[in-house]
Design a protein around this ligand. Structure first.
Ligand code: ZN
Ligand code: FE
Ligand code: FE
Ligand code: ZN
Length: 266
């Protein structure tokens, strides 16, 4: 069995994950994966923006650590990537990051739904009490759509993240997702199945099956990501994720190299 690549992985540089890129590569090789991507949390324009990402001055060391993993595991294809926060107004910063190194892809993720509030932060659950759940989803979806239309990203990260702690919208968000996925198909941005949701309170992959079905119907391409924050999480839930993708009608996953896409049979 040829497994799809694990394109969403972190490492200790972001200060809330463990292990170096080569340790993630070692785990991937042991599992029989043929390809992974390192996609740690990108630096922000200000290093004191929050406390869960590498500093800008560490970016060169990050690229070097990915190259080290490539040297130690030549049997594995290892992509150089970042999970980049989409924050409205930071488009120029993201373009500047893109120009610095030969990235294979950028995952665009919406974590911030308001100035200073990252919706998936377990230490910031108090913010939920100050807002309606639907209002949070509305802002999240606005930013998700803007991230796709920005043209800055190759993959949409965990596209229903506000459900992480069990906050599900009251209103029907599916029509909104259908609209968003038409934009994704037009912009040729891929969507990931992110298996980390199975390890969170929501107990469900990102995105929910109905949302994945909407993506498939719109013709959006697919990638897979474990969102590993420890080497042993590489490839977590891979069999189930592939089964789900096939059940929903996907026949290919998308390989990304030098920000160019290639369809690979699933
Ligand atoms: Zn993280
Ligand atoms: Fe994320
Ligand atoms: Fe991540
Ligand atoms: Zn993530």
């Amino acid at each position: 069995m040829h497994w799809p690549a694990d394109y969403h992985t972190h490492n200790a540089l972001c200060r809330h994950a463990t292990g170096a890129p080569w340790e993630y590569a070692a785990r991937a090789a042991a599992l029989g994966l043929e390809e992974i991507g390192c996609s740690d949390h990108s630096p922000m324009p200000r290093d004191d923006y929050d406390n869960w990402r590498m500093y800008e001055r560490q970016l060169a060391g990050y690229v070097e650590a990915v190259e080290e993993a490539r040297r130690r595991f030549p049997q594995l294809t290892i992509r150089l990537a970042l999970e980049v926060d989409y924050v409205p107004g930071q488009e120029d910063w993201i373009r500047e990051l893109a120009a610095r190194y030969p990235w294979d892809y950028f995952i665009g993720s919406v974590h911030y739904v308001a100035e200073g509030w990252d919706v998936d932060n377990p230490h910031r659950l108090d913010e939920w009490a100050r807002r309606s759940v639907d209002a949070v989803w509305e802002e999240y979806l606005n930013r998700l759509e803007a991230s796709i239309r920005s043209g800055l990203f190759d993959i949409i990260g965990h596209c229903d993240l506000p459900k992480k702690f069990g906050h599900r919208p009251q209103s029907d968000v599916l029509p909104r997702y259908r609209h968003i996925f038409r934009a994704a198909a037009e912009a040729d941005v891929a969507l990931e199945i992110n298996t980390a949701g199975w390890r969170k309170d929501c107990r469900e992959q990102y995105p929910a099956r109905a949302i994945l079905e909407a993506a498939r119907a719109a013709g959006v391409a697919l990638t897979f990501g474990s969102d590993a924050h420890a080497p042993e999480e590489i490839g977590a839930g891979w069999r189930e994720a592939v089964e789900l993708a096939r059940a929903v009608g996907f026949t290919h996953w998308r390989r990304l190299a030098a920000r160019q896409a290639e369809a690979v049979p699933l």
